[in-house]
Design a protein. Structure first.
Length: 122
């Protein structure tokens, strides 16, 4: 399989989106430490940071192998890199969904209480 500029554009786009998502998650916890502390009982933030760092290290290694590879090995290296990026992206989405469900679950009693009092249909 020959790589052309369209393949490289797609790969670079995927790498950029994946990198932005990790950076945004890290930036959010730095800008909003109170939110991170509230979520701490739900998840171990230190474990999360270690997992994210391990994922970055793994992607760095795969990217290095991809850049060094030639011919068919290059295609395999690209496939392995993209596969790992997709796995990390899915894991991050799963974590985000769990956090959102937890936040919404904590808000339901308040929302239900306010809706009953403010509805005017009692």
């Amino acid at each position: 399989m020959k790589l052309n500029s369209a393949h490289l554009v797609v790969i670079l786009g995927i790498l950029t989106v994946g990198g932005l998502s990790v950076a945004q998650a890290q930036d959010h916890t730095q800008k909003h430490p109170a939110a991170a502390k509230k979520a701490a009982p739900m998840m171990d933030m230190e474990k999360c940071r270690k997992d994210m760092r391990a994922g970055e290290v793994k992607l760095d290694l795969l990217l290095s192998k991809m850049n060094e590879a030639r011919g068919e090995r290059k295609v395999d290296a690209i496939a392995n890199t993209v596969k790992e990026m997709v796995a990390q992206q899915k894991a991050m989405h799963k974590m985000c969904m769990a956090m959102m469900e937890n936040m919404h679950g904590n808000m339901k009693p308040l929302m239900g209480h306010n809706m009953k009092k403010g509805s005017g249909k009692d």
